[in-house]
Design a protein around this ligand. Structure first.
Ligand code: VGL
Ligand code: ZN
Length: 198
């Protein structure tokens, strides 16, 4: 069984100058690039929303980014419009030194449900696609890096543990948004779920 590198959402909109820029996000790029050469199995996730996505504050009259709202799949933290599919903001950062044919998983593609995890949408049960690829490739352990530590990295790591993968989240290869203490809470949840903090 193999160990894979999972690179979460290193996209222009989460990097410097992007619509939902994560503080110091670009610092992960050299760290991730140094890791890539050491892995035969590399998976890349992309946040990939339709216009008018349920997670956008602009889709809900009277709401602003970082407010919470109740939606079909539960509570949704609202964001600025970001990572609209096929726009430059959704593109992977060109500083990433990816292998020629990386395995890409796109998430958050459905209008009415968000997906922080590359395993399950925020309804907790609709598969996004990463598990099927990992099973096909006989991967049993993951090293997870990327953006943002407290949202898509955290939920991807938690679901991976739920599915039985061994998981290390490499802190130097991640950066967080830290909305209201969410970064500490995310590390707390991850470590309690058996995620190694590498
Ligand atoms: C993310 C907020 C909204 C992430 C995606 O990649 O962590 N965060 N959409
Ligand atoms: Zn998103």
């Amino acid at each position: 069984m193999h160990t894979a590198l999972v690179i979460v959402d290193v996209q222009n909109d989460f990097c410097t100058g992007g619509a939902l820029a994560v503080p110091d996000a670009d610092a992960v790029i050299p760290v991730v690039n140094a890791l890539i050469t050491g892995f035969r199995h590399v998976y890349v996730t992309q946040d990939w929303h339709p216009r008018g996505h349920v997670s956008f504050a602009s889709s809900h009259a009277g709401y602003a980014p970082f407010q919470r709202i109740s939606v079909d799949s539960g509570e949704q933290l609202l964001w600025p419009d970001h990572c609209v599919g096929e726009t430059p903001g959704a593109a992977l950062h060109t500083g990433l030194a990816l292998p020629a044919h990386p395995q890409v998983v796109r998430k958050g593609t459905r209008p009415h449900v968000d997906s922080y995890s590359a395993f399950f949408e925020n309804d907790g049960r609709t598969p996004v696609g990463l598990d099927a690829l990992l099973r096909r490739d006989r991967v049993a352990a993951l090293v997870v890096v990327g953006l943002a530590t407290d949202f898509c990295v955290c939920h991807t790591a938690l679901d991976a543990r739920r599915l039985g993968y061994e998981v290390t989240v490499l802190e130097s290869g991640c950066r967080g948004i830290d909305a209201d203490g969410s970064l500490d809470r995310a590390w707390d949840r991850m470590t309690r779920a058996g995620v190694r903090r590498g």
